[in-house]
Ligand binder design. Structure first.
Ligand SMILES: *Cc1c(COP(=O)(O)O)cnc(C)c1O
Length: 368
């Protein structure tokens, strides 16, 4: 097995016939030549069913996830496909502290159909019997925005004992940071809008699984539901994926430097980054994660303090999303997350560590 960098740059690329482009562009055609009635059915016939640019990206991501990948038009399209497909046969168990739209989807679309929705904290403890009669357990680890961690292997065992499938939202970790399928999950789902595509110019998601029947049902659900990515987005994500190993290394180094630097600052409380040896989630995270990433969080005294911090910083942008090249911070209470008004989810970018730490410390000094 080759290393992360080699796999990122080679994944989904093949030599092709003599004279074929080494760097083919996206296949934008919505329709494909069908030939005569006697000809065999071609791999491609219509752009909602499949597309060669998707398949190249799916081959690259699937190899990293250790399963077969199905790309979707966004992370939410991927999560929606999983919840609709597998979440109706029994109760649906999902994180109380994960990405807010997963909860909103469960309550807004599945609960009215009679699905029982049960919410559990990512870090536990979970109530006894919470998995009884469950059809699907969704984990998000590390969770967004709290960066809490759940033990994937332990939950997979408990979910399977209860007859439920386990899906893991792997957005924060990326397939380089964590391989949920290897840890026993049935489905790995992610928003590739974040670090995987990595340049802040694509909205995209995917689901990976090992069970061929589950994969076939996901492809069918994608074609039926129509939540497909544009070929251009898939192509951009594939191009972005090539540098994921490099970007993640810099982002993780920056996150570590920042987490350590801001910890002692009087304006800062509650610093969390699973890679810190004294982080409450570190032990489980270190057991199941392959490497760290650039997402950390910390809390400033108030909403006004966040304003002072953002106005003073020269390098940290005020924006939602994470995993991009430039560092950004997002005050999560504005989106309705159940967190303190001054809580920032911080996405460490690819700036030089010394520049970023100096900028952030100077901006923190401006907080009164
Ligand atoms: C952003 C995000 C999503 C949603 O993905 P989109 O690509 O924005 O639809 C889902 N889960 C997590 C953990 C996320 O961070």
């Amino acid at each position: 097995m080759t290393g992360d960098g080699t796999r990122c740059v080679h994944g989904g690329h093949s030599d092709g016939p003599l004279g074929a482009p080494v760097h083919p562009g996206p296949v934008l055609s919505s329709t494909f030549h069908l030939g005569l009635p006697a000809d065999p059915p071609p791999a491609d016939f219509y752009g909602r069913a499949d597309n060669p640019t998707w398949r190249a990206l799916e081959s690259a991501i699937g190899a990293l996830d250790g399963g077969e990948c199905v790309v979707f038009g966004s992370g939410m399209a991927a999560i929606a496909a999983v919840l609709r497909l597998t979440g109706r046969a029994g109760a649906l168990v999902l994180p109380s502290d994960g990405y807010y739209l997963a909860r909103s989807l469960a309550h807004g679309e599945l609960a009215p159909l009679g699905v029982e929705v049960r919410k559990v904290p990512t870090a536990g403890p979970w109530p006894d019997g919470v998995l009884d009669g469950a059809a699907l357990v969704l984990l998000e680890t590390p969770s967004n925005p709290g960066l809490e961690v759940a033990d994937i292997a332990a939950v997979a065992e408990a979910a399977h004992a209860a007859g439920a499938l386990l899906a893991v939202d792997n957005t924060t970790a990326t397939p380089l940071g964590q391989r949920p399928l290897e840890l026993g999950a049935d489905l790995a789902v992610a928003s590739d809008t974040k670090a995987l595509a990595g340049h802040g110019d694509v909205v995209l998601g995917h689901v990976s699984a090992r069970d061929p029947e589950l994969v076939a049902r996901l492809r069918e659900a994608r074609s039926r539901g129509g939540a497909i990515p544009g070929p251009m987005e898939a192509w951009l994500a594939h191009r972005g994926l090539a540098t994921l190993d490099l970007r993640l290394a810099r982002q993780a180094a920056n996150a570590e430097a920042l987490a350590q630097a801001v910890q002692g600052h009087p304006a800062v409380a509650d610093v969390r980054w699973p890679g810190l040896a004294d982080d409450p989630a570190h032990t489980i995270a270190a057991k199941q994660m392959r490497r760290w990433n650039g997402v950390l969080r910390f809390t400033l005294p108030s909403e006004a303090a966040v304003g002072q911090f953002l106005a003073t910083s020269r390098l940290v942008g005020s924006a939602t999303s994470f995993g991009g090249l430039r560092s950004t911070a997002d005050r999560r209470e504005r989106w309705g997350d159940d967190v303190a008004p001054g809580m920032l989810r911080f996405s460490a970018g690819c700036e030089d560590p010394a520049d970023l730490v100096a900028d952030v410390l100077a901006a923190l000094d401006a907080v009164t």
